[in-house]
Ligand binder design. Structure first.
Ligand SMILES: C[S@@+](CC[C@H](N)C(=O)[O-])C[C@H]1O[C@@H](n2cnc3c(N)ncnc32)[C@H](O)[C@@H]1O
Length: 256
Protein backbone atom coordinates (compact mmCIF):
# COMPACT_ATOMS: atom_id res chain seq x y z
CA UNK A 1 0.00 0.00 0.00
CA UNK A 2 2.86 2.38 0.84
CA UNK A 3 4.55 1.69 -2.50
CA UNK A 4 1.27 2.33 -4.29
CA UNK A 5 0.82 5.61 -2.42
CA UNK A 6 4.36 6.74 -3.33
CA UNK A 7 3.61 5.86 -6.96
CA UNK A 8 0.41 7.90 -6.73
CA UNK A 9 2.43 10.93 -5.62
CA UNK A 10 4.92 10.42 -8.48
CA UNK A 11 2.24 10.21 -11.18
CA UNK A 12 1.47 13.54 -12.84
CA UNK A 13 -2.06 13.89 -14.12
CA UNK A 14 -5.06 16.12 -14.58
CA UNK A 15 -7.52 16.75 -11.75
CA UNK A 16 -10.19 14.92 -13.78
CA UNK A 17 -8.05 11.76 -13.98
CA UNK A 18 -7.41 11.88 -10.22
CA UNK A 19 -11.00 12.69 -9.26
CA UNK A 20 -12.48 9.89 -11.37
CA UNK A 21 -10.00 7.29 -10.11
CA UNK A 22 -7.96 6.78 -13.29
CA UNK A 23 -4.63 7.44 -11.60
CA UNK A 24 -5.42 4.89 -8.93
CA UNK A 25 -6.46 2.42 -11.70
CA UNK A 26 -3.22 3.00 -13.60
CA UNK A 27 -1.19 2.24 -10.48
CA UNK A 28 -3.21 -0.79 -9.55
CA UNK A 29 -2.74 -2.08 -13.13
CA UNK A 30 1.02 -1.72 -12.68
CA UNK A 31 1.13 -3.60 -9.37
CA UNK A 32 -1.29 -6.24 -10.54
CA UNK A 33 0.69 -6.81 -13.73
CA UNK A 34 3.74 -7.50 -11.54
CA UNK A 35 1.87 -9.89 -9.23
CA UNK A 36 0.30 -11.71 -12.19
CA UNK A 37 3.32 -11.49 -14.52
CA UNK A 38 3.41 -15.24 -15.18
CA UNK A 39 -0.32 -15.52 -15.87
CA UNK A 40 -0.40 -12.40 -18.10
CA UNK A 41 2.73 -13.21 -20.15
CA UNK A 42 1.00 -15.02 -23.02
CA UNK A 43 -1.80 -12.43 -23.22
CA UNK A 44 0.68 -9.53 -23.49
CA UNK A 45 2.62 -11.42 -26.14
CA UNK A 46 -0.58 -12.26 -28.08
CA UNK A 47 -1.57 -8.57 -28.15
CA UNK A 48 1.88 -7.51 -29.30
CA UNK A 49 2.03 -10.22 -31.95
CA UNK A 50 -1.40 -9.21 -33.27
CA UNK A 51 -0.25 -5.57 -33.62
CA UNK A 52 3.16 -6.50 -35.08
CA UNK A 53 1.53 -8.63 -37.79
CA UNK A 54 -0.66 -5.75 -38.95
CA UNK A 55 2.17 -3.22 -38.80
CA UNK A 56 4.22 -5.41 -41.10
CA UNK A 57 1.32 -5.62 -43.59
CA UNK A 58 0.22 -1.97 -43.59
CA UNK A 59 3.46 -0.04 -42.80
CA UNK A 60 1.68 3.04 -41.33
CA UNK A 61 3.68 6.25 -41.07
CA UNK A 62 1.52 7.74 -38.32
CA UNK A 63 -0.22 5.85 -35.49
CA UNK A 64 -2.57 6.74 -32.66
CA UNK A 65 -2.84 4.27 -29.75
CA UNK A 66 -5.87 4.88 -27.53
CA UNK A 67 -5.70 3.22 -24.11
CA UNK A 68 -1.90 3.09 -24.31
CA UNK A 69 -1.74 2.62 -20.50
CA UNK A 70 1.56 1.08 -19.44
CA UNK A 71 2.32 -0.26 -22.94
CA UNK A 72 2.18 -3.79 -21.57
CA UNK A 73 0.20 -4.98 -24.59
CA UNK A 74 1.66 -2.60 -27.16
CA UNK A 75 4.91 -3.42 -29.05
CA UNK A 76 6.22 0.13 -28.83
CA UNK A 77 9.61 -0.77 -30.33
CA UNK A 78 7.86 -2.08 -33.49
CA UNK A 79 5.67 1.04 -33.66
CA UNK A 80 8.74 3.26 -33.44
CA UNK A 81 10.59 1.20 -36.05
CA UNK A 82 7.67 1.54 -38.50
CA UNK A 83 6.11 4.98 -38.01
CA UNK A 84 7.45 8.52 -38.06
CA UNK A 85 4.92 9.64 -35.45
CA UNK A 86 3.29 7.71 -32.62
CA UNK A 87 0.58 9.37 -30.48
CA UNK A 88 -0.10 7.65 -27.15
CA UNK A 89 -3.53 8.63 -25.83
CA UNK A 90 -4.69 7.90 -22.29
CA UNK A 91 -6.01 9.77 -19.29
CA UNK A 92 -2.85 8.83 -17.38
CA UNK A 93 0.78 8.50 -18.45
CA UNK A 94 2.89 6.76 -15.80
CA UNK A 95 6.38 8.17 -15.02
CA UNK A 96 8.10 5.42 -17.07
CA UNK A 97 5.93 6.23 -20.12
CA UNK A 98 6.88 9.92 -19.74
CA UNK A 99 10.57 8.93 -19.57
CA UNK A 100 10.20 6.81 -22.71
CA UNK A 101 8.53 9.68 -24.56
CA UNK A 102 11.29 12.05 -23.47
CA UNK A 103 13.85 9.72 -25.12
CA UNK A 104 11.92 9.37 -28.38
CA UNK A 105 10.84 12.57 -30.16
CA UNK A 106 8.64 10.38 -32.40
CA UNK A 107 6.32 9.83 -29.43
CA UNK A 108 3.73 12.40 -28.46
CA UNK A 109 1.73 11.88 -25.28
CA UNK A 110 -1.88 13.06 -25.29
CA UNK A 111 -3.86 13.16 -22.05
CA UNK A 112 -7.47 12.96 -23.11
CA UNK A 113 -10.77 11.51 -21.98
CA UNK A 114 -11.77 9.56 -25.05
CA UNK A 115 -15.32 8.95 -23.76
CA UNK A 116 -16.01 12.70 -23.92
CA UNK A 117 -18.22 12.16 -20.86
CA UNK A 118 -16.12 13.09 -17.86
CA UNK A 119 -16.52 16.84 -18.36
CA UNK A 120 -20.27 16.41 -18.62
CA UNK A 121 -21.13 13.93 -15.88
CA UNK A 122 -20.98 14.84 -12.22
CA UNK A 123 -19.23 12.18 -10.17
CA UNK A 124 -21.12 11.06 -7.08
CA UNK A 125 -24.50 12.46 -8.15
CA UNK A 126 -27.46 10.30 -9.18
CA UNK A 127 -27.46 8.15 -12.31
CA UNK A 128 -30.51 10.16 -13.56
CA UNK A 129 -28.02 12.33 -15.50
CA UNK A 130 -27.25 9.31 -17.72
CA UNK A 131 -30.72 9.58 -19.28
CA UNK A 132 -29.96 12.97 -20.85
CA UNK A 133 -26.56 12.42 -22.42
CA UNK A 134 -26.38 14.29 -25.77
CA UNK A 135 -24.62 11.39 -27.52
CA UNK A 136 -24.39 13.17 -30.88
CA UNK A 137 -22.96 16.37 -29.37
CA UNK A 138 -20.19 15.08 -27.12
CA UNK A 139 -16.78 16.80 -27.48
CA UNK A 140 -14.96 15.56 -30.58
CA UNK A 141 -11.73 13.60 -30.10
CA UNK A 142 -9.63 16.34 -31.63
CA UNK A 143 -6.81 13.91 -32.35
CA UNK A 144 -4.59 13.94 -35.45
CA UNK A 145 -5.80 11.99 -38.50
CA UNK A 146 -3.42 9.06 -38.91
CA UNK A 147 -2.66 6.02 -41.08
CA UNK A 148 -3.58 3.62 -38.27
CA UNK A 149 -5.47 3.82 -35.01
CA UNK A 150 -5.11 1.10 -32.38
CA UNK A 151 -7.71 0.66 -29.65
CA UNK A 152 -5.64 -1.15 -27.04
CA UNK A 153 -7.88 -3.16 -24.76
CA UNK A 154 -10.16 -0.46 -23.44
CA UNK A 155 -13.50 -1.06 -25.18
CA UNK A 156 -15.01 -2.73 -22.11
CA UNK A 157 -13.07 -0.50 -19.72
CA UNK A 158 -14.43 2.89 -20.81
CA UNK A 159 -17.97 2.47 -19.41
CA UNK A 160 -16.84 0.18 -16.60
CA UNK A 161 -14.41 2.73 -15.17
CA UNK A 162 -17.08 5.45 -15.28
CA UNK A 163 -19.56 3.17 -13.51
CA UNK A 164 -17.04 2.62 -10.70
CA UNK A 165 -17.20 6.34 -9.88
CA UNK A 166 -20.87 6.76 -10.71
CA UNK A 167 -22.73 3.70 -9.41
CA UNK A 168 -25.80 2.63 -11.39
CA UNK A 169 -28.18 -0.32 -11.59
CA UNK A 170 -27.20 -3.13 -13.92
CA UNK A 171 -30.08 -2.24 -16.24
CA UNK A 172 -28.96 1.40 -16.51
CA UNK A 173 -25.38 0.23 -16.94
CA UNK A 174 -26.26 -2.07 -19.84
CA UNK A 175 -27.82 0.77 -21.86
CA UNK A 176 -25.17 3.30 -20.95
CA UNK A 177 -22.26 0.92 -21.64
CA UNK A 178 -23.71 -0.12 -25.01
CA UNK A 179 -23.91 3.53 -26.13
CA UNK A 180 -20.36 4.22 -24.93
CA UNK A 181 -18.96 1.18 -26.74
CA UNK A 182 -20.83 1.91 -30.00
CA UNK A 183 -19.65 5.50 -29.87
CA UNK A 184 -16.05 4.30 -29.39
CA UNK A 185 -16.19 2.21 -32.58
CA UNK A 186 -17.76 5.09 -34.54
CA UNK A 187 -15.02 7.42 -33.40
CA UNK A 188 -12.24 5.01 -34.32
CA UNK A 189 -13.54 4.98 -37.90
CA UNK A 190 -13.76 8.79 -37.83
CA UNK A 191 -10.07 8.92 -37.03
CA UNK A 192 -8.52 6.56 -39.58
CA UNK A 193 -9.48 4.17 -42.35
CA UNK A 194 -7.27 1.54 -40.76
CA UNK A 195 -8.42 0.41 -37.33
CA UNK A 196 -6.94 -2.29 -35.10
CA UNK A 197 -8.86 -3.20 -31.98
CA UNK A 198 -8.23 -5.78 -29.31
CA UNK A 199 -10.43 -6.09 -26.25
CA UNK A 200 -11.96 -8.56 -23.83
CA UNK A 201 -15.40 -9.77 -24.93
CA UNK A 202 -16.23 -12.40 -22.33
CA UNK A 203 -15.37 -12.87 -18.65
CA UNK A 204 -15.35 -16.40 -17.22
CA UNK A 205 -15.26 -17.35 -13.54
CA UNK A 206 -13.83 -20.86 -13.17
CA UNK A 207 -13.69 -23.12 -10.10
CA UNK A 208 -10.95 -25.57 -9.05
CA UNK A 209 -12.83 -28.38 -10.83
CA UNK A 210 -12.51 -26.50 -14.14
CA UNK A 211 -16.27 -25.81 -14.27
CA UNK A 212 -17.50 -22.34 -15.17
CA UNK A 213 -19.31 -20.66 -12.29
CA UNK A 214 -20.42 -17.62 -14.28
CA UNK A 215 -19.90 -16.07 -17.73
CA UNK A 216 -20.40 -12.38 -18.56
CA UNK A 217 -20.67 -11.00 -22.09
CA UNK A 218 -21.65 -7.74 -23.72
CA UNK A 219 -22.81 -6.43 -27.08
CA UNK A 220 -21.32 -3.82 -29.36
CA UNK A 221 -21.73 -2.84 -32.99
CA UNK A 222 -18.32 -3.58 -34.48
CA UNK A 223 -19.39 -2.13 -37.84
CA UNK A 224 -16.96 -3.24 -40.57
CA UNK A 225 -14.26 -4.62 -38.29
CA UNK A 226 -13.10 -8.08 -39.34
CA UNK A 227 -12.28 -10.82 -36.88
CA UNK A 228 -8.60 -11.78 -36.85
CA UNK A 229 -7.90 -13.98 -33.82
CA UNK A 230 -8.83 -14.71 -30.21
CA UNK A 231 -7.09 -15.96 -27.09
CA UNK A 232 -7.61 -16.45 -23.37
CA UNK A 233 -6.21 -14.01 -20.81
CA UNK A 234 -5.93 -15.45 -17.30
CA UNK A 235 -6.45 -12.04 -15.72
CA UNK A 236 -6.95 -13.25 -12.18
CA UNK A 237 -5.30 -16.53 -11.17
CA UNK A 238 -6.52 -18.41 -8.07
CA UNK A 239 -5.79 -16.27 -5.01
CA UNK A 240 -5.75 -12.90 -6.83
CA UNK A 241 -9.48 -12.08 -6.60
CA UNK A 242 -10.61 -15.21 -4.73
CA UNK A 243 -9.06 -18.47 -3.58
CA UNK A 244 -12.18 -20.30 -4.83
CA UNK A 245 -12.12 -19.25 -8.48
CA UNK A 246 -9.92 -17.77 -11.18
CA UNK A 247 -11.05 -15.28 -13.82
CA UNK A 248 -10.30 -15.62 -17.50
CA UNK A 249 -11.18 -13.27 -20.33
CA UNK A 250 -11.78 -14.10 -23.94
CA UNK A 251 -9.85 -11.47 -25.90
CA UNK A 252 -10.43 -10.87 -29.59
CA UNK A 253 -8.47 -8.92 -32.18
CA UNK A 254 -10.21 -7.13 -35.10
CA UNK A 255 -8.97 -5.02 -38.00
CA UNK A 256 -10.28 -2.99 -40.91
C1 LIG B 1 -6.80 -2.32 -19.58
S1 LIG B 1 -5.99 -0.79 -19.64
C2 LIG B 1 -5.10 -0.96 -21.17
C3 LIG B 1 -3.67 -1.36 -20.95
C4 LIG B 1 -2.73 -0.90 -22.06
N1 LIG B 1 -3.26 -1.20 -23.38
C5 LIG B 1 -1.34 -1.45 -21.90
O1 LIG B 1 -0.79 -1.96 -22.87
O2 LIG B 1 -0.76 -1.30 -20.80
C6 LIG B 1 -7.22 0.37 -20.14
C7 LIG B 1 -6.65 1.78 -20.34
O3 LIG B 1 -7.68 2.61 -20.86
C8 LIG B 1 -7.57 3.88 -20.26
N2 LIG B 1 -8.90 4.50 -20.30
C9 LIG B 1 -10.06 4.02 -19.80
N3 LIG B 1 -11.05 4.89 -19.99
C10 LIG B 1 -10.51 5.96 -20.64
C11 LIG B 1 -11.03 7.21 -21.11
N4 LIG B 1 -12.31 7.54 -20.91
N5 LIG B 1 -10.18 8.07 -21.74
C12 LIG B 1 -8.86 7.74 -21.90
N6 LIG B 1 -8.31 6.58 -21.49
C13 LIG B 1 -9.13 5.71 -20.85
C14 LIG B 1 -7.12 3.59 -18.84
O4 LIG B 1 -6.50 4.73 -18.25
C15 LIG B 1 -6.16 2.43 -19.06
O5 LIG B 1 -4.84 2.87 -19.23
Amino acid sequence: MILEWLEYLRTKSTKTAKDWGYVYQNISLKFRSRRCAKAWKSHNENCREFVRGHLAKTQPKSIVVVGSGLLLEVPIEALLATAEKVYLVDLVHAPEIRRLAAKHPQIELIERDISGLLGLLKKGTGPFQLKNIPWKQLPVWDLPKVDLIISANLLSQIPLMISEALPMTSETYEKFARSVRDQHIERLFGQSQKVLLFADFETRYIGHDGQRIKTEMYNVNLQDLKFDREWIWEISPFGETSKDYKIEMLVRGYYS
